[in-house]
Design a protein around this ligand. Structure first.
Ligand SMILES: NC(=O)c1ccc[n+]([C@@H]2O[C@H](COP(=O)([O-])OP(=O)(O)OC[C@H]3O[C@@H](n4cnc5c(N)ncnc54)[C@H](OP(=O)(O)O)[C@@H]3O)[C@@H](O)[C@H]2O)c1
Length: 132
């Protein structure tokens, strides 16, 4: 599959490397643009991209950034993505411990809905944390 991985830290870097090793076509990016990920991309057999490049032709996009960062992504990020692109957010919401508080979620909005609202697209998230 054609997979874009946004964030190549602990989880994104591991997923990108494993998926590339399985033969998937992987584009990777982080907050510092294409040049900053060239070396890592070469190492794992992926392509370096800027954030739009990681999304534009992807069948699957993995969001592997700290949870609140999704709210800061460009609002037009998915404008040129396919209607059927699958977006998976692997982040965990750890309020106070690591992440700033997000009042809507603290008031009961599911993380997946909040993330979907930030992106303007439906999104899969993993099982929500219960340790708030
Ligand atoms: N679901 C799971 O099984 C699982 C497992 C582990 C972690 N997680 C969660 O995954 C999230 C990330 O954890 P991590 O340990 O991988 O974090 P990390 O090592 O700090 O990596 C974060 C990555 O996000 C990138 N990033 C930050 N802001 C960005 C932006 N505006 N645009 C593009 N990329 C951006 C960073 O790029 P720069 O280096 O350029 O800042 C970095 O590559 C956390 O919420 C964590 O709890 C989930």
């Amino acid at each position: 599959m054609n997979i874009g991985v946004i964030g190549i830290g602990e989880i994104g870097g591991t997923l990108a490397a494993r998926l590339a090793a399985k033969g998937h076509f992987i584009r990777v990016t982080n907050s510092r643009g294409q040049a900053a990920v060239e070396e890592f991309a070469k190492e794992i057999g992926a392509q370096a991209a800027d954030i739009y490049g990681a999304v534009d032709s992807a069948e699957v996009v993995l969001l592997c950034m700290p949870f609140p960062v999704v709210a800061t992504l460009p609002k037009d990020l998915f404008d040129h993505a396919g209607d059927d692109v699958i977006i998976v957010d692997v982040a965990n919401y750890y309020p106070d411990v690591r992440d700033k508080r997000i009042p809507e979620i603290d008031d009961g909005l599911p993380e997946s809905i909040w993330v979907a609202q930030q992106l303007g697209r439906p999104v899969f998230t993993h099982i929500p944390q219960v340790n708030r």
